[in-house]
Design a protein around this ligand. Structure first.
Ligand code: ATP
Ligand code: MG
Length: 441
């Protein structure tokens, strides 16, 4: 048992092999779909200068005001564990001069950090798949991005509702923000404490609040969609017609706003009702002003992020289970001499594609226990007698089954094959591994 006090930080989870099989399977599927849309992976630092997030996400957002893990490093620099990925992607593209008149399609998968109240579906270290497109202003790109999000969810069997909205330009939004304040002020007592604060600094966020009484107030608020500038209205209309052509159904949710300040025009979310209050599994939109705001060339951009914990929870509800990767053979040695042969043989088998765990040198009793614990498909235990060539056979036994095979040490491979052990297809470089071909003496 861990010493008292040595515990993970609250809201941060440990994942063991039986958990990571599902994560790996999920990531494999997502990456394959992203490939089909021409996206490449970007890997960025988890730490950035705090200023980046204050400038990108916005000073008045919940994330920057309440949720960031910010600290001074040994040089006295203020650093922040990334609460989201877009700011870092934009920073990197500007820093490396990759935005001049070009288009980019990038994605990332990894941990994000927010100091929120931990609960089901909400953690302090959580994981996102983030997707970003740069240099594309036309609503066809919004449609393509949403089609990608639909395909991702579809490919992992997650059912959710697509909600879309337009936030217009920042100017149109500033005007609307004032209208909204005027509507909300007389009803302050009906709002939750958070929203009372939001009312002045970021009233759009009130529309997005999950508290019931706030929802009731929000329901009758003036609608941003009815106060859009004409270009944004046309952009939204065109997006809707592309979605129709693609057969992607959606609901226009006029109170859909995003928690981050940088969105322009299109915002969208995929929402599931199967996860209780934490129902948003994937969310994004267009952020045309952000690159310039961070000091880069004016570049239209759009993207989304999906919470992997929530995707996995929905997959589990849908009943798609992942078999744990199983060791195929436990090979035990009864004495040091047999151990040397076992180590060598294990290398040869691994080079040939078989998952092998070795044990020993140890007594038969100990090895049998180890074999059982390994949950390997097969087990074999060898000692001097089996290796000396005096005819004592090797016995392969199926664990949790009745299959057995007896033969000589040199025939072990065919024994495994005869019991149905899958040798898979070894990656090409393992064939050149000298250990695979060296003979066992
Ligand atoms: P919410 O309204 O749930 O707080 P958000 O607007 O803060 O979400 P984004 O910043 O857009 O969320 O992040 C995109 C996705 O990342 C969310 O839809 C969700 O699936 C996931 N996500 C966000 N915060 C958390 C968290 N604390 N724990 C787990 N997943 C999260
Ligand atoms: Mg949030």
């Amino acid at each position: 048992m861990a010493h008292k006090g040595l515990q993970a930080v609250r809201g941060m989870n440990d994942l063991f092999p039986e958990d990571t099989v599902a994560w790996q399977a999920l990531e494999t599927i997502l990456r394959e779909q992203l490939r089909r849309y021409g996206f490449g992976e970007i890997r960025l630092p988890l730490l950035e200068h705090s200023e980046l997030f204050a400038r990108a996400i916005g000073d008045v957002t919940d994330i920057v005001q309440k949720e960031m893990y910010t600290f001074l490093d040994r040089n006295g620099d203020s650093l922040t564990l990334r609460p989201e990925g877009t700011a870092g992607v934009v920073r990197a593209l500007i820093e490396h001069g990759r935005l001049r008149g070009t288009q980019a399609r990038l994605y990332y998968v990894g941990p994000m950090f927010r100091h929120e109240r931990p609960q089901k579906g909400r953690y302090r270290q959580f994981h996102q798949l983030g997707v970003e497109m740069f240099g594309l202003a036309d609503p066809s790109s919004d449609a393509e991005l949403i089609a990608l999000s639909a395909r991702l969810l579809d490919s992992i069997g997650v059912r959710a509702e697509l909600q879309i909205n337009s936030l217009g330009t920042p100017e149109a939004r500033a005007h609307y923000r004032e209208l909204l304040r005027q509507y909300l002020r007389p009803q302050t007592e009906r709002l939750c404490p958070d929203c009372r604060e939001r009312l002045e600094r970021n009233p759009l966020r009130v529309l997005d609040c999950k508290v019931e009484s706030c929802r009731t107030v929000a329901a009758d608020a003036p609608r941003l969609l009815e106060h859009l500038d004409s270009e944004s209205a046309a952009h939204f209309q065109q997006l809707r017609s592309y979605l129709d052509v693609l057969g992607i159904s959606y609901r226009v949710n006029t109170s859909l706003v995003r928690g981050l300040d940088y969105y322009h025009r299109t915002v969208f979310e995929w929402v599931s009702d199967a996860l209780g209050a934490q129902g948003t599994v994937l969310a994004g939109g267009r952020y045309d002003g952000l690159v310039e705001q961070l000091g880069g060339p004016a570049t239209p951009a759009l993207g989304f992020a999906a919470g992997l914990e929530r995707l996995l929870a929905l997959r589990a509800l849908a009943g798609s289970a992942y078999p744990a990767a199983r060791v195929q053979l436990f090979l035990g040695a009864l004495d040091p001499q047999a151990m040397a042969a076992v180590l060598q043989r294990a290398e040869a088998l691994r080079a040939g594609g078989v998952a092998v765990v070795v044990g020993g040198p140890a007594s038969l009793k100990v090895l049998l226990k180890q074999a059982e614990r390994s949950e390997a498909q097969m087990q074999a235990i060898v000692g001097a007698a089996q290796l000396s060539g005096d005819g004592a056979p090797i016995r392969l036994r199926e664990q949790g089954g009745s299959g057995t095979w007896e033969g000589s040490w040199s025939e072990l491979e065919s024994g495994l094959r005869s019991l149905g052990v899958d040798f898979g297809t070894p990656p090409p470089h393992t064939e050149r591994n000298p250990m695979a071909t060296r003979s066992v003496t």
